[in-house]
Design a protein around this ligand. Sequence first.
Ligand code: GCW
Length: 852
Amino acid sequence: MILTRGFVVAASLGLVAAENGLDGWLRYAPLPEDVVAPHLDSLPSGIVLLDAVEGQPVFTAGIELTKGFRGIFSKDLSKEVKPDCNSSSVVIIGTADAYADACGSAPAEAQGLKADGFWLRTDSGGPVQIIGQNARGALYGTFEYLSMLAQGNFSSVSYASNPAVPVRWANHWDNMNNRGGHGSIERGYGGDSIFFANDQVLSNLTRVSQYARLLSSIRINAIVPNNVNADANLLSDKNLDGMARIADAFRPYGVQVGMSLNFASPQSVGGLSTFDPLDASVIKWWGQKTDQVYKRIPDFAGYLVKANSEGQPGPITYHRTLADGANMFAKAVKPHGGIVMFRAFVYDQLDYNDKKADRANAAVEYFRPLDGKFDDNVVVQVKYGPIDFQVREPASPLFANLLKSNAAIELQVTQEYLGQQCHLVYLAPLWKEILDFDLRVNNEQYFVRDILEGKRPEKAQPLGGFAGVVNVGQDLNWLGSHLAMSNLYAYGRLAWNPTEGSEAMLQDWTRLTFGLDPDVLDVITTMSMESWPAYENYTGNLGVQTLTDILHTHYGPNPASQDGNGWGQWTRADKNGIGMDRSVASGTGNAGQYPPAVAAVYENVEKTPDNLILWFHHLPYTHKLKSGSTVIQHFYDAHYAGAAAAQSFPTLWETLKGKLDDERYEHVLYRLRYQAGHSLVWRDAICTFYNKLSGIRDDHGRVGNHTHRIEAETMRLSGYSRSNVSPPETASGGVAVTASGGGGGSGSSVSSSLDVPSGTYDIAVNYYDVNPGKAKWEILINDEKIGAWTGDIEDRLGKEPSDALDGHSAARVTFRNVTIEKGDTVKITGKANGNEAAPLDYISVLPLGVVD
Ligand code: GCW
């Protein structure tokens, strides 16, 4: 009570309490008094739960509503046991059936709901009605009502809301195996697994329950906790018991649990000599295993299968088709009402010298012949683009080739190729671009979202929907970054209704997460809506893919890593041109996998939009785009524009100081500053690489011309020596310096006199923060210390660490408003630690307002 009061007082004084992000967008924070006051008297004072069973969603709805009213209004709702169906002072929550039992009949709109749908009525003259088609729908409606209230929206509404699709899943790539006793997450950047450690399910699943709340509020109805690169040991009795505990934690929130399978399990853990999906003993084995699963988890959602992909076993090993494999599981779960999500991410290593080879063709080549051969409880799960979650891809042509099968789209909340949650990239606009793409099936309007919803002439698919890869971890704020949570939120909202607007979803999330301050809303909206275009600009443009290092961490720049290997993420860049010729006429034929009207666009250079032109065509750097710019000049300009946008983010954020709690303010600021610095690393690496390769200069004279920089290798080195950086374009001037341990009593240092007019400057230092190690640097002007920093990024950012000088470890720190007299000496001392030899790349002495 005292705490609650304190909170209200703090809020009304404009002070804000520290927040750690644990509640995400479900904070139920007190609203400002002036927003609440006019409505306080008309708020309901009681709650009626119909048929509420502890541990089930209607019961949970009661808990959430009570908690919400307490948090938002400091008001305790009474529990009414005898429902008065006409009282305007209560909220009635229940299923349509329970409502009809208690109150005669449910409103007409509440009677025709789809599974999981709900009816919400808040207009005066009667109770607030929250009626679900099922218990889960009633909980969804409650979260909807709370979301309105928490945003200060007291309007009278009455509407039904139904899901576009029945399948709205979260996929987690959590491993059971140890990483120093913890469960690691493949592509995880927010801490260790909340599900597994030490090869088993965690005993304390508190975080899982907290996560279930968040998922339920965005209407995700099933989750797969374990990695698609699946560990067959999950099928042991002990671990299935653990899975049952996970299911228990999710059940109150209406989230069902599924499981990723390893195709070879009958052999690897079952003691059989084969895992051939048509072998009777294998079929029997999976049947029995499935019965054991359902015995423990009667509402088990189903299986997720990655087969014959990236080294995973599958039916092709036995010359069976992928449909044979999928259907074997489908038959096992069918009697229990389960489904099988079967991934279409199947491709092989390719020969780089084969100009017709194309990884983008693989999914259609594997799956088109199988269309119509999948059982009706199989859903083919297709990544949004033909390759792999790149910053820009066309919609996967497979969506247009699965007309007789159930299909789901796979999106990645995990920012694997998109800055690993260390760069702000709001993904809803990217996802919507794919969902709203018209594939012109049968030459009629067919948006990708229509296909997922089964709106097609051949057959309305009974199943279909969304799978989102999510990497929440033990970090209190779930994804390692507060702002990245808008992606999780928008993912759920889009799965429910793919026509939702990116900005509207973002703004709901912002109000729920940070409160109602209009400045906070403006800044987060501006930054987030600019963030995907900015990231695309400073990474890979014109549909050439992200240009990150594809061989290791998928994080920093390494354009050369795309080519010359079997992975098929090729750009085919050489000194004359760049891009994959995917035309039918002269290339890999990929354009021809799309329906004719779309194929005609992608086949033709003149018609292909600029933003995908290098995806479909190999062009000279001097090719003129529709924008009027050349390919190479577009690269330069986009990189400068993208990095400039990223520089504006921390500056914008700084205007919010005091308008939100310091804890989240500082956390976000650190990341935005890091991103601004890393965007410059990206900009310079990509511009330098293609400038060297093409030999074509930047029309604006920026590339390779950094007038404010002093390269560390040209400074006076004491105990420092030159070090190679790989790839070299991730160092300004191609090399860096590292502390070699010498340098005498004062340690290692670099120094230089400053030949700049006297005045005030910002001094930026580019360095490398490698793992493991915590080097320490100090910066001095005329031997007077003006700043210091530590190489501790590995503790502060969850991105894949790097132990080398490269585009992943390159970072920048800026010291502002430094007074310099012409001829002053700047010196940086570095103290190596562990693997980190206090590496330095360059310093920039920047007149105020300039970034170079
Ligand atoms: O994007 C790639 C990732 C792998 C992932 C794979 C997949 C789980 O780099 O980490 O494996 O795709 O989607 O199966």
